[in-house]
Design a protein around this ligand. Structure first.
Ligand code: NDP
Length: 464
């Protein structure tokens, strides 16, 4: 039976729960196909990202390939030439990408923030870490700085898109260098956990759970301040480019500016909810997370913008009705994404005894559930069964995926490449759900089965 309030009563992890947490904090088994699988991912993603960019930038978004056996070598030579000429890691790209990293680190260090207590960390003997959530002020400072740089011509925002290839290469190098650097740092300081003992696999999965420099939690910093900031400014860059060349901004580009701002703002205004997410309390800071934050998200989620930067608007113009539909779908999905994540995070905060919540803009209706129902597990934790979580075990994933689909659909059928994000993302989410549910089933045992009976749909009620 799902229980009723008081959810605000602080939970106590039982001895049996602690024993399970201890087991879950030890290395279990290879994921992602083990060392060979992760090596393939580490080499394959950069190649794929270069390929898709080349198709968009030089071949009107068509998926090019060698037409015959004899064409294989010339084709490879052409691809290589594109990378060497238009995506080499130029000094200018280092200054722009590196400048942003340093600026974001500086802001994270100095800006005032909301103090949020994270979840108890089993590997730290259930100590809670404090998070200085200053992403929102940092975002405002970044937007103001970008506007000044643009209008004073010190740095025109159009430069971001113009240097896409170069910036992407710099981002990849930073992603690789940071992943290996952090691995060696973790091992040298003895802060590694859940290690498999295989070097490349541990670099991929990460060694350290809570990397920090002074007051900055690097994992949460990298998740919010790098990818979504770049994604947003790439959209703004696209808008500026259209304004300069066409004299106006297309509704499609305006859609992407809105969509990327919503995501970035959600991460910043709800930063205090991020310590409650799987990436923060379970995933270590390895290549999988680092590369994706530094290079994958910023340079592969917004292919629609790259396409628009190179093509005439007549190729992706829709009817008014289609625009209304797309905007309405985006805003509805955003609402569910925002409120479902908020409902669960705030519920978890309540179970830690936190009773007052941060009030940032916009706080949407139904972000906090009064008197939520839940399942009290023998572990000690509680599983929410109210709000969106009464209908689906992953309402936040469904809504997030719909948004990712909209980011591609805004181009229609002109090119398949902008749909990469939603195809990749659904693969990630389905895989992650498998990993997550397996972990929850070990952690909560019979209580998890009970929860799955109460909330039957994995994603969408009646469908899956
Ligand atoms: P969830 O927010 O679903 O967190 C999963 C964990 O929450 C579980 O392991 C469990 O942990 C706990 N949990 C699950 N169900 C309940 C419940 N009913 N009540 C209480 N606790 C529960 O997933 P993520 O952290 O992966 O995702 C957070 C958001 O980030 C999502 O919206 C996702 O789409 C987004 N995301 C976006 C990415 C992108 O590239 N755009 C990439 C990854 C995520 P426990 O019980 O141990 O606390």
């Amino acid at each position: 039976m799902a229980k009723n309030s008081p959810a605000t009563e602080k939970i106590v992890i039982t001895d049996a729960g602690k024993e399970i947490d201890r087991r879950l904090d030890q290395y279990q088994e290879y994921e992602f196909g083990g060392p060979w699988g992760v090596t393939g991912i580490m080499l394959g993603f950069p190649v794929l990202m270069y390929y898709l960019w080349i198709c968009l930038w030089f071949y009107d978004g068509q998926l090019v390939y060698p037409k015959s056996q004899a064409d294989v070598n010339p084709f490879m030579a052409r691809m290589w030439a594109h990378i060497c000429e238009d995506a080499y890691p130029s000094l200018y790209a280092w200054k722009v990408y590196g400048g942003n990293i340093i600026f974001q680190l500086f802001l994270a260090w100095v800006m005032p923030g909301y103090q949020q207590e994270g979840l108890p960390v089993p590997s730290l003997n259930y100590k809670t870490l404090m998070y200085n959530c200053n992403a929102l002020y940092s975002l405002y400072a970044t937007m103001a700085t970008a506007a000044v740089l643009h209008y004073t011509n010190i740095f025109r925002l159009t430069e971001i898109l113009d240097n896409f290839g170069h910036l992407m290469s710099v981002a990849m190098i930073c992603g690789f260098a940071t992943s290996f650097g952090v691995y060696f740092w973790a091992v040298a300081t003895g802060s590694q956990i859940r290690m498999s003992g295989n070097f490349i696999y541990d670099v991929f999965m990460g060694a350290i759970l809570n990397p920090r420099i002074g007051p900055i939690d690097l994992k949460i910093w990298a998740e919010v301040r790098i990818p979504w900031v770049i994604v947003f400014f790439l959209s703004v860059s696209g808008g500026c480019k259209q304004y300069e060349t066409l004299g106006y901004v297309t509704p499609n580009m305006a859609f992407m500016i809105l969509a990327t701002w919503l995501y970035l703002n959600a991460c910043a205004k709800g930063e205090e909810c991020i310590p409650q997410t799987w990436d923060m309390y379970h995933e270590k800071w390895g290549f999988m997370v680092i590369f994706w934050n530094f290079a994958g998200v910023p340079f592969s989620y917004i292919y629609s913008i790259v396409y628009m930067a190179r093509q005439d608007p007549s190729k992706y113009r829709f009817s008014t009705l289609a625009y209304v539909f797309l905007f309405a779908t985006l805003l509805t999905a955003y609402y569910i994404f925002d409120t479902s994540n908020s409902q669960k995070s705030r519920f978890k905060m309540q179970t830690q005894g936190i009773k007052t919540f941060r009030n940032t803009f916009p706080q949407l209706p139904w972000s906090i559930i009064e008197n939520p129902t839940y399942i009290q597990t023998a572990h000690g934790n509680r599983l929410l069964t109210s709000g969106w979580w009464a209908y689906s075990r992953k309402p936040n994933y469904v809504a997030d995926w719909v948004m990712s689909f909209c980011w591609g659909a805004i181009i229609g059928t002109a090119t398949p490449i902008p749909y990469f994000y939603s195809v990749f993302f659904i693969t990630v989410l389905v895989h992650r759900v498998g990993r997550d549910f397996e972990r929850c089933s070990i952690k909560y045992g019979k209580d998890w089965e009970r929860y799955c009976q109460v909330v039957q749909a994995k994603f969408i009620p009646g469908i899956y």
